[in-house]
Every structure is written in structure tokens, then in C-alpha cells.
Design a protein around this ligand. Sequence first.
Ligand SMILES: [Fe+2]
Ligand SMILES: [Fe+2]
Length: 354
Amino acid sequence: MAMRKRSLLTVIGVVFLVLVMTGLALAFDKVRFAVISDPHISIPQQKGVSDGFKLGLKTVMLTESAVAQINKIPNLHFVLVGGDLTQDAEPWNVDEVRRILDELKVPYFVVLGNHDLSRVPHEKKDQPVTLSKYTVAGAFVGRSGGMVPGMTYYSHPLAKDLVLIALDASRAQVFSPEADLNDYGGKIDPGQMRWLEGVLKANQKKTIILLTHHNLVPWGEGDKANHNNYGWFRMDNADEVRALLKKYGVKLVFSGHRHISTRYQQIDGTYFFVHPALSTYPMRYTVYELTPQELSWEVKNVPALADVWELAKKNFMDNKWWRGPDQPDTPEGNQKYLEFYESPGTMKGKIAYR
Ligand SMILES: [Fe+2]
Ligand SMILES: [Fe+2]
């Protein structure tokens, strides 16, 4: 009897061990996370901040509102932040965006956008002091768990066999005498390309989420035609970066910068998702659920008073610059303009990416 009990215990022990070992060998099961982008924090106390296409005076409130909503999501694992954290890298706005993001109950991971680096050459004394991108990135070291000292891009494990790669795509050439201060373009420089290939090589069996402010694909007619320099919404070397992603089988790429609501394109087996801004109509964030095979999502409006929504939409409709060549201020053009930015067909969705 004692013998049988002992062998039963052994069998249970072996089964338990096997279960533990297989459990350890399995990739992540299901991960829930939110993506916010383009908060463009500009504290209202600063001179010259106003409510235009970007609701400058409302940026703090809108980002706080999104964070409060995201904190209510059960079983959330982390939050990704798609860049353009600040108006233009002013120290007080860096402090403020970090204060708000620190309110998140889960870890958050940021990338820098074209507005998160010094845009003002020193000789322009009438402009506010702005910080270099290394200083802005440094503000997030040890906060979000991603940024490391002296770098503006990083990789970070999010779960078992799930890795985040966060790029810095801004061109950052504002101190050259020929620099165009309105240049909002992007590029992955050769050093970062070599780093990226190294990270991809080291993580070939894992699921990668690539987070970048600038896009790797065009989203509208204007982007393709370089209308109003819309070519700058996409990285200069997007083709080169995409070829590298294809080589290493990267399936999921998340971006911001374009200020249109969540939508995606699939090219050569890679899914490119773009994300709405918190600071411009239609102020939204996205909640994802990821398994090793599938990605599903739901897009949510940032809670705000009706008059804030009204103002956001009015300023959006009044804007000329953000209208593509196929979106003039005519009844038909307005419809196209709204549909392009609201993307009503992709408020919810699901893809089998593997
Ligand atoms: Fe932006
Ligand atoms: Fe941007």
C-alpha cells in the first residue's frame, strides 16, 4: 500500500514537473495593452499656447483623461506611447508629460517624435529653451523601463518571447544653418540600422512589436504625392527599414505622427498600424489583445466634455493644411476628409498575423 502511494506520488511529481517545464517553454499566452500617441503636451501657462487643430490648451486634460480611462482597463499589461510627447521639447512640458504618464498603473514605453527634440538654434533668442532629444529621452530612464541612459532608442522584453523595439526616427538636423525648422521628417540613421539588425538577429524566434513615431508606409493620396511635404510622415529610408523587417519576419509595426485614427496595411506579411493623436480630432486611443497568433483591437474616444469635442471637430474642419489633395472644402471633399481621419471601418478588428 505504502509502495503504491509512493509511486503515485512519483507519477504526480513527474507530471507536475513536465507541466511546469512545458509552461516555461511556451510563449506568452494573452497580452492586453493600450496605445496612445501624439499627446503634444503644452501646458496652458506657457505664452502662445492656443486651441487650433491641436487643442494646445486641452492637451494636459486630454492626456490625463486617457490615462484615467486606461487605468480602469482590467488585466492590462502595459501602455505604448507613440511619440510627439511635447509641444516642442520645452523642459516644463517634458516634466508635465512624465508626471501624467507616471499616473499609469502599468509600465509604459515611449518613443520620441519629431516634436521631442530641440528645434531652435541657439541664436534664436526669442524662442523658448528646448531640450535635446537625449535629454528628453533621459527623462524616461527608469520610469518606463525601456529607455537607457545615453540612448534615444531601445529594445525591451514585454512578456515571454514578446519583445518591444522602440526606434528614434527623427532626423534631428536643426542646428545646421540650412535646417528647416518646420522639417518633421524621419529617417533611421546607419548606426541605428546596425543596432536594429543586431536586435532582430538576437530575437528571431520571438514576437516583435516595433514602435516608431514616423511611418513606414503612406496612408493617403497626399502622402504618396508629397502634398504639403506629407512625404515627411514616412521615413526617408522606409523601404530599407521594411526590407530589414521582412528579412527577420517582423509582423507588427505601430506608429503615430499621422494624426489619423487607427488603421492598418499588410505588406509582405507585415502589419503596419497607425494610431490617432490624443491632441487632435478624433481624440482616441486603442486597446489591443495579442496572442502569439492573433491581434485584436478596439478604438476608444478620449472622454471629454461635449464642447471640447465640438471645438476639436470645428478646428479640424476649418483646417486647410491637414486636408489631402483629394479632401477639399466641398461637401464631397469634407466627407473624404472626415472618413480618412475618423476611419470608421477599423474601430474594432482582428487579424491572424501568424
Ligand atoms: Fe504629432
Ligand atoms: Fe509627429
